[in-house]
Design a protein around this ligand. Structure first.
Ligand code: SF4
Length: 108
């Protein structure tokens, strides 16, 4: 049988397009946002950007003022949480009550 499409680049592009159509319905499975109750990792890029640490005793940042911690931060949205609670700066992912990051805001 004679090849209807002798251009190898075009043939490859058509195959890639078909693969994209097949993969599209599965994309949300891979792009789902992090679960809100997921614990924040210190290695997460967002945590690194804000110098988040689980324990204030590990904080070495000029913006840190003694006494500040996640439990007394306005963005710690469950003040009744004693150990880990949701942080608005990290999309609701949980941070340690005794942690800190440079987005700390005094609870009012
Ligand atoms: S924004 Fe507040 S609660 Fe969130 S990690 Fe920073 S200090 Fe902790």
């Amino acid at each position: 049988m004679r090849d209807q499409n002798p251009n190898p680049l075009r043939r490859r592009m058509l195959r890639m397009g078909l693969a994209g159509i097949v993969a599209t319905p599965a994309a949300p499975l891979f792009l789902a946002p992090a679960a809100a109750d997921e614990r924040m990792s210190e290695d997460d890029p967002e945590a690194r950007a804000l110098h988040y640490r689980h324990d204030v005793s590990d904080v070495d940042h000029e913006a840190y003022v003694e006494g500040q911690n996640c439990a007394n931060c306005q963005l710690f949205s469950d003040p009744d949480a004693s150990e880990w609670g949701p942080c608005e700066a990290f999309g609701g992912r949980h941070v340690s009550a005794s942690g800190w990051c440079m987005a700390w805001v005094e609870r009012v």
